[in-house]
Design a protein around this ligand. Structure first.
Ligand code: NDP
Length: 468
């Protein structure tokens, strides 16, 4: 199993602190990994800076050719990658396979985007050309929930816009990212895409380095705020994709059976560990009982177990910290009158297993409703008045996503237009697109990813004024 750092295109042995990567299905060590030292981080950035002098002048067709080869290798080695994802992250193998294939498609989509050059004629007749230039070296800090996919979301927009990038994956799930960077380095010139591993101080050493032009981070609001505060001295630009507490509003005209399947799928996607998962469900009182009964049926039918078992439909939570956090939120909700309406399965063996849990009789003011659970529990709240539910939906410090479920698209759009968040889905949730901008309002983030808008945030604008 490859656990090397990638410095200047070469594998390197970490000389820093050793840490264990655990399998969340049994809490056993998969492998121990040698992290980088701060000196190795500095050397990696230095080499990336050198590489950026050439990489910034690469032709678009060369870059696109590299991307196509990388995506093809990912597809060829998809079984191995999916196995690594399940082993370190816990998700069922089928979902890991989706993560790999969707990642390859995402790269192919970015390869086909064109970086525009805008030509403007100003009122005096002067011609101005506006170019999108690379920033230099970008630092990327990726999380443990979708380790392979989110690394692709970070790396390829930066590379496409001809930046060099240094990634630091979560210490919980480094293995599939090492594999990704190994594949990338078969094709890209030395030093263009590098990888450092570590736990404790390596992320900060990378993001604070004065030669880093931009930091792209996906994770908690607290760490995002810390990265932003440390970016001040060198005026680094940052993209922060942080937590959410996405609302789903279900009107009374839906087809209960099909909508229940979709709601369950989006609330419990990746065992609920998805930034843009549905995290608070508001259901119209007229259909409340029928919809919750259907959701209970779906939840109780899940086969919970090791993601590597072919019968498993629902894996463990990724780590102990998250396991305790989710259980605390459930216990707190019960203590405040919440009713768990799903079977509360007990798991005797090791592993961070929590059955998909639905909780009713909860309101705003309870942590399970107000905070991000980031795990397999969903609070369900009854409503009767649309204007009131819009107010309650917006009464949060987060603003990542939201959804409206109805056959009446005009009514759903009326509600969608009033939700204070970066993405609203009508009759779906969390199905992200590489073509549309994605980003959080309020404490859910800063800046945008995806689409051309997200891509161009990895560039400086340069206006060239031409006087004849
Ligand atoms: P964090 O958000 O705290 O991120 C930890 C990662 O950030 C590590 O790789 C760490 O590296 C790095 N890091 C810490 N400080 C800095 C810094 N100043 N500059 C650069 N990198 C830094 O995640 P946790 O894993 O601790 O999870 C905490 C919570 O975040 C979870 O409970 C969950 O709610 C949420 N979360 C949200 C995700 C999302 O998709 N939005 C994804 C995962 C978690 P090092 O150890 O080297 O410092």
């Amino acid at each position: 199993m490859n656990t090397a750092l990638y410095i200047n295109g070469e594998k390197a042995q970490g000389l820093g602190e050793r840490f264990s990567v655990l399998n969340p299905a049994n809490e056993k060590e998969i492998i121990s990994v040698d992290g980088a030292t701060v000196e190795q981080v500095n050397q990696t950035i230095q080499d990336a800076l050198t590489a950026s002098k050439q990489w910034k002048n690469s032709s678009d067709s060369n870059v696109n050719g590299f991307f196509t080869k990388i995506a093809a290798d990912i597809r060829k080695e998809s079984d191995e990658i999916a196995h690594l994802i399940t082993l370190e992250q816990g998700k069922p193998l089928g979902l890991a396979e989706f993560e790999v294939q969707a990642g390859a498609s995402w790269i192919e989509y970015i390869a086909n985007l064109e970086i525009p050059v805008e030509t403007i004629e100003d009122p005096s007749g002067k011609k101005i050309k506006v170019f999108n230039r690379p920033l230099g070296v970008v630092a990327s800090i990726t999380p443990w929930n979708w380790p392979f996919m989110i690394a692709i979301w970070h790396l390829f927009p930066a590379l496409k816009t001809k930046n060099c990038i240094v990634n630091k994956p979560s210490e919980y799930t480094p293995l599939s990212t090492v594999k990704l960077v190994e594949i990338i380095n078969r094709h890209l010139p030395k030093g263009v895409c590098s990888l450092v591993l570590g736990k404790g101080d390596i992320g900060q050493a990378l993001s604070e380095h004065p030669d880093i032009a931009k930091v792209t981070f996906t994770g908690s609001t607290r760490t995002g705020q810390s990265i932003l505060s440390h970016s001040v001295n060198t005026l680094k630009s940052v993209v922060l994709e942080l937590g959410g507490n996405d609302v789903g509003i279900v009107l009374d005209d839906i087809d209960i059976d099909s909508v229940a399947e979709k709601i369950f799928g989006s609330a419990f996607l990746n065992m609920g560990q998805t930034c843009a998962a549905l995290k608070r469900l508001y259901v119209h009182e007229k259909i409340f009982d029928k919809l919750t009964n259907k959701l209970v049926e779906i939840a109780n039918a899940q086969v919970i177990g090791d993601g590597l078992d072919s019968s498993t439909t629902f894996g463990p939570v990724q780590n102990k910290m998250q396991y305790h956090k989710v259980n605390m939120l459930i216990d707190d909700a019960i203590a405040q009158g919440g009713q768990v309406i799903t079977i509360r399965k007990q798991f005797k063996e090791s592993g961070y297993f929590i059955a998909p849990t639905l909780v009713t009789d909860v309101q705003e003011g309870i942590a399970l409703v107000d905070e991000e659970q980031f795990g397999p529990v969903l609070p369900i709240v009854k409503f009767s008045d649309i204007d009131d539910v819009i107010k309650r939906a917006n009464n949060t410090q987060f603003g990542l996503g939201g959804s409206v479920w109805s056959k009446d698209i005009a009514k759903a759009e009326y509600i969608a237009n009033q939700l204070e968040c970066g993405t609203v889905w009508i009759n779906s949730h969390s199905d992200l697109s590489p073509a549309a901008v994605f980003g959080g309002w309020k404490l859910s983030g800063l800046g945008y990813s995806f689409g051309l808008d997200g891509l161009l945030l990895f560039t400086h604008k340069q206006a060239i004024h031409i006087t004849q």
